[in-house]
Design a protein. Sequence first.
Length: 391
Amino acid sequence: MKPTMATGPTCDVAILGGGLAGGLIALELHRRRPDLSVLVVEESEKLGGNHRWSFFESDVDADGMALLGPMIGRSWDGYEVRFPAHRRELDTRYHTIKSSDFERVLRDTLPREAIRSGDRVLGATTDAVVLSNGERIEAGGVIDARGAGDLTLLECGWQKFVGVEIETEEPHGQELPVVMDATVEQIDGYRFVYVLPLSGTRIFIEDTYYSNLPAMDAKAIEQRCLDYAETKGWIIDAVVHREKGVLPVTCTGGKFGEYWRSGGKAAKAGVRAGLFHPVTGYSLPDAVRTAQMVAKRSDFSGEALRDAMLTMAAGHWRAGGFYRMLDTMMFRGAGTEDRYKILERFYTLDAGLIERFYAGRSRWSDKLRIVSGKPPIPVGRGLKALMGSKA
């Protein structure tokens, strides 16, 4: 006699993964479609992990800001970049979200029964989820946002980072975020330090690498963060928070169809759908757009959701061809000692162009401007890299 599988709740939309992509879909559905029953299933006890998401206000539209607004912890009226040849301040408004604030908003906004944390998904189809305890959840449609699929099917570089939030003994004097400080020693790819002044005596320092390989020595990188603080004259009273991560970034190519299928049969969102910026790895703008697209739908059946999300992700992949070309030139055409020069030149361009680039909305005129003029790496080396990528 076959064992009887425990039956769980029935809902209109089941969202697997309580990270950025899944959580924003749940919030937008709750805001736009309160008539629908939504269930978020997250393996960890915490929602959102241990991250800090930062973004430019130009990355999202007004509705996107309304969605993100309650979870924004700090905002600034501009930011800085620093390179060996030049420094610049830009006046694009900048925001940051801490994962604890993300979780707070989710739990305060969604009905208590809409969140299942600490439950591991064993398998999923377009309209059902099976948990590791044998419980089966029937759903009108399932959206899988549990992180990456098989990344070996994509040609990726890696963004590796370690961040420390410190309390300083005296005011640190840093007023604006430093999105890139590439005046530091260039090792293990393109290296820069990212700085967020959170209060007069609280500052977040992240040492980041765009690298060919995902391996990293977190202890050594954390020490570089502390050494950076010392070079700025910031005397550390305490380290109050730590975070680290390795994310796919600078995607130069790959097999999108196979990657999509590697994530399972259900509709997919976030990195699992390939919805991240090919150059920066940023997923927040696409997570907002995905949430908006889903909430505007009228058909929430599993197959309809899968088809809609596949269409969106495939369009994103096609539109990312220009960015993947830039990645190829950076990772295959430039040595470690030269990669910073590509970003250094980029930050001499028009502020509007820079905003559209980060939002993944570059115009044809932007693309022409980015690749025209004196190249930051030798033309022959760049062409050889591009030809090699097509071999």
